[in-house]
Design a protein around this ligand. Structure first.
Ligand SMILES: [Zn+2]
Length: 439
């Protein structure tokens, strides 16, 4: 191996070894064939990309699966090497800044979750099916990609599986056609999407759909029926509340997939969320998470962080959405929730900086709560009207884009006055839990 083909780039210190900043993928075409019984995946990924600098080489992320063929603009590259989860490609001739190019990768193998600093993520076999839950680093477990959240792209996902299974993926199901004993499911996602939010779900599923303006689908294990659907029935009210508070729902539809298996935590993907069967209860602890995952469609999936240090822009907002739902559904008010959680947090170790928590604490529950408390402190400071108008301005101005904490702070200052800067400084930078302003 020539040293010049060693992996060199890394886009984010929170997820080291992933992503390449030298190019953007604009579109992914994923053609996948999957055998559920043997967990055998054969795929071809065709990426349409644009060079952000002159390229004599570039890198894709791909974990564990074996590459059989690579082309760049239809021709074999000068060289390619797959090592340490990176597929390093040297095209025949350099690609100039701003030029677009296509890369096609044929690959196969038995996908498995990809290990990372905060545990495994990505493709995961269920008892009889598959989930893909990639936050934050699992996308390379099923397709070659430029795995950084700041590189959003559109997708076509064509999945061929035995006809006894249902496939759910991001975007719109454009067609479903039978081929011998298999079915080809073609999903198209036309809204830009971060790699970690791309997903397919495979299982023996049935589904129910609301006739609301934004269709809400509940996909559940065949035979689980009424009781399961009922536990997710309040999603329509949650949707109505969030549209009122956060602005228009950013995508065409929303799907909640409930797996037959129990899962540790629910997970968001673009346009859909995944829950284990253990979450299908009326308990507040589960209902709050159903609201939380829905809120991620605005905060995380439409407005997506460019750097993982800004994770509070996803989790703090989704947690605050839980408190809004609590109030709306007749439970404790958002004010009561905030007061209660402030006192709970005060008793816990205060070693977390909300604005840059470090990779070990990025999914710590204290970050979720502190982020929500920051929003509540802001609401108490500027008042309800200014606060909710700010949230709507935020989701409108940066819809389907990439965001930073600095942009949110700047927008808040623009709309609510520069004096909010001090509040943000305290909440984002102090290790000690700041006081909540009096209501
Ligand atoms: Zn979340």
């Amino acid at each position: 191996m020539k040293p010049s083909l060693a992996a060199t780039t890394s886009s984010d210190p929170y997820v080291p070894g992933h992503g390449d900043l030298s190019f953007d993928v604009d579109h992914y075409l994923l053609e996948l064939e999957y055998n559920v019984e043997s967990n055998r995946l054969a795929g071809r990924a065709t990426l349409t990309a644009t060079a952000r600098q002159d390229l004599d080489r570039f890198e894709l992320d791909l974990y564990h699966l074996r590459v059989s063929k690579v082309t760049v603009d239809g021709a074999a590259p000068a060289k390619h090497a797959h090592q340490k989860n990176r597929l390093i490609i040297r095209p025949r001739s350099p690609i100039a800044t701003g030029d677009s190019f296509t890369v096609s990768v044929a690959y196969a193998g038995s996908p498995r979750p990809m290990p990372g600093p905060d545990g495994d993520a990505g493709w995961e076999e269920l008892a009889d099916g598959v989930i893909v839950a990639s936050q934050p680093h699992g996308a390379p477990s099923w397709f070659p990609c430029n795995d950084r959240p700041s590189d959003k792209a559109t997708y076509e996902i064509e999945t061929t599986t035995p006809s006894s299974y249902v496939v759910v993926a991001n975007g719109v199901l454009e067609s479903r056609r039978r081929r011998a004993g298999s079915t080809v499911w073609r999903h198209v996602e036309t809204s830009p999407m971060a790699t970690y939010l791309a997903t397919i779900q495979i299982g023996r599923y049935e589904q129910a759909e609301t006739d609301t303006a934004i269709p809400i689908r509940t996909v559940y294990p065949a035979g689980a029926g009424e009781v399961t659907i009922e536990m997710f029935a309040r999603q329509a009210e949650m949707m109505a509340l969030f549209v009122r508070r956060f602005g228009p729902y950013p995508f065409e539809a929303y799907t909640a997939v409930i797996t037959e298996d129990e899962l540790e935590i629910p997970l968001e993907a673009q346009g859909l969320s995944v829950f284990g069967s253990n979450f299908a209860t009326s308990a507040w602890e589960h209902q709050r998470l159903i609201a939380h995952e829905l809120a991620h469609q605005w905060f995380g999936n439409s407005l997506t962080l460019g750097h993982w240090r800004d994770i509070w822009l996803h989790e703090g907002f989704a947690c605050y959405a839980e408190w809004l739902w609590s109030e709306e559904s007749g439970g404790p008010t958002a004010h009561d929730q905030a007061d209660r959680h402030w006192h709970l947090l005060e008793e816990l170790p205060q070693d977390l900086v909300l604005g840059d928590p470090g990779p070990d604490l990025m999914f710590d529950d204290r970050l979720y709560k502190r982020g929500a408390l920051l929003l509540h402190a802001l609401r108490r400071t500027v008042g309800d009207d200014a606060f909710f108008q700010l949230l709507q301005a935020w989701t409108t101005r940066y819809a389907k884009g990439t965001v930073t904490t600095e942009q949110f702070v700047a927008l808040a200052a623009e709309r609510c006055g520069a004096s909010v800067g001090e509040l943000f400084d305290r909440w984002l930078r102090d290790v000690r839990l700041p006081e909540l302003p009096a209501s």
